[in-house]
Design a protein around this ligand. Structure first.
Ligand code: FES
Length: 504
């Protein structure tokens, strides 16, 4: 199950695994958009870097599964920013993101990166009359920041809308091809990228750090944590300031004529729409079904739900690829960019990019590059990584704490009671066997896979995701496949397997 972007570029660049101890000036952990862009900027400034990636290929986690929309329009956001943070803050947020759009275009042009870049307008639309007031307020807010947003009632979409806010001069691209282009530039500057190299821990040694990887150690003066989720829980405590959200994507072929522009609707259920090139043909990309990771979802299969919706617009729609993705979302919806923790000097972080990591990762890369070069970036303050203001979004805070506490408490009455025979094929359940709770998945042929349903990060109880056949953690969003393999951090260990002989 891979995104259209990963399908398009599989195995197109090979990198070695790190299997000997090395020393470097800056070690960047994570070869996604943020990590690679930081490495690109640093190498342009003559700073030696080493990039390490835990996966077998670069850019195949969150960055390879994005919609690839390069936009400063992050849903309906600016009215909220002005009301909660003030005009100056909102202005800086908009300016930083507009600058990121220009930065990305500049990188593509200067390095001739072929990544299907095209200028597009971006829209947040609604099909409901009830949402119109909210959209009009957003238009007013954005105009007050000097940006040329527009209220429209018609778009090229294949269905009628009630209204939309249009942001002109935005863009779309293939983020994975862009990342491969960045990697080429880093290699051209004689810097190294290693894959299949998972950093398990960071130890301080005098003024430097020793990064412990699976097969080697790296000594570095400075460290950038550019992983999907900060893998160090303490210090930093980012797990207490963020949650993760899962979404599902489809690339769809149709003989109908497809639209121009990029779109997302105002509220759930979300449909994020754009077009892309696949094997030389323009196809539709739709991403939606968003939910907090670990939350039980109503529909049994989010891909089927999306496909059903697409077929209302394009009855001949044929699904080409399906994929899922996961994003980290800060409680106040602003990214954390800067120093990782005051007790770990020269270690930097960028995380909590919510669903808008294309522009935010570029901003993060610029800010961290400037910090490493000893310069002050004019937008660094609004993303200050050390802030903790949950009061700005009380609902998010309460919701996260409630679910975390419930999961940690592992109350028996919360667990569906069941017997092994009652679990239908291709489904899973937690059942109690000899006083122990066991997570059991039965595949389509009735084969049983049993795990201990306890997250290896901080011990929360896992829930079953029947769309992707995964065990998901409602506390901080780690995910595991039905065999117990770890798919998404912050957990970085597999689940404990229960011997199926013990449960007959
Ligand atoms: Fe933190 Fe599961 S991800 S306890």
């Amino acid at each position: 199950m891979a995104s259209i972007w990963i399908e398009n570029t599989k195995n197109s660049m090979q990198f070695p695994k790190l299997n000997r101890d090395i020393e470097t000036e800056v070690c960047i952990i994570g070869a996604g958009l943020f990590g690679l862009t930081t490495a690109y900027y640093l190498t342009q400034n003559g700073v030696p870097v080493t990039v390490v990636e835990a996966e077998q290929e670069i850019g195949i986690k969150t960055s390879g599964n994005t919609t690839g929309k390069i936009t400063s329009q992050h849903g309906l956001f600016y009215d909220h920013l002005i009301k909660d943070y003030g005009q100056k803050f909102a202005q800086k947020y908009l300016d930083a993101n507009e600058k990121a759009i220009k930065n990305i275009k500049k990188i593509i042009e200067e390095n001739n990166i072929e990544c299907d870049y095209s200028a597009q307008d971006n829209y947040v639309y609604t099909t409901l009359q009830d949402d119109i007031f909210q959209i009009q307020e957003e238009v007013k807010a954005v105009k007050s920041l000097g940006f040329d947003a527009e209220f429209v009632t018609k778009t090229p979409l294949p269905f009628t809308i009630q209204g939309a806010i249009k942001f002109p001069n935005q863009a779309q691209f293939d983020a994975r091809k862009y990342m491969l282009g960045l990697a080429k530039q880093i290699i051209n500057k004689n810097q190294n990228i290693y894959v299949d190299t998972r950093i398990l821990d960071i130890a301080k040694d005098g003024k430097e750090y020793v990064l412990i990887a699976n097969d080697a150690n790296i000594r570095a003066k400075k460290v950038v944590i550019a992983t999907h989720y900060p893998f160090i829980s303490v210090p930093g405590f980012y797990f207490a300031k963020m949650y993760q959200s899962t979404s599902y994507g489809l690339a769809v072929d149709t003989n109908e004529e497809l639209f121009e522009g990029m779109y997302i609707n105002v509220k759930e259920p979300f449909y994020s729409l754009r077009t892309a090139m696949y094997n030389g043909k323009k196809v539709l990309v739709v991403v939606g079904g968003d939910h907090k990771t670990g939350e039980t979802i109503e529909n049994d299969n989010s891909y089927d739900m999306l496909e059903k919706e697409v077929k209302k617009w394009y009855p001949d729609a044929k699904v080409l690829c399906k994929w899922n993705t996961e994003d980290c979302i800060g409680l106040d919806k602003i990214a954390y960019i800067g120093e990782f923790s005051s007790i770990m000097p020269n270690v930097y972080i960028g995380t909590g990019f919510k669903k808008w990591g294309i522009t935010t990762s570029n901003i993060a890369a610029e800010i961290i590059t400037d910090k490493i070069l000893g310069k002050k970036h004019k937008y660094s303050e609004i993303f200050n990584s050390k802030r903790f203001k949950p009061i700005k979004n009380r609902w998010e805070m309460e919701n996260m704490l409630k679910q975390t506490v419930t999961s940690i408490a592992f109350e028996k009455f919360e667990i569906p009671e069941g017997e092994l025979e009652q679990i239908p094929n291709d489904n899973a359940q937690i059942i109690e066997i000899n006083g122990t709770n066991v997570g059991i998945y039965k595949d389509t042929s009735g084969n049983v896979y049993a795990i201990k349903p306890v997250c290896t990060h901080l011990g929360c109880t896992l829930t079953w995701n029947n769309t992707d056949k995964t065990w998901d953690c409602p506390c901080h969003g780690s995910r595991f496949d039905y065999k117990g393999n770890n798919l998404y951090t912050p957990a970085n260990k597999r689940l404990e397997i229960i011997n199926t002989d013990d449960i007959e």
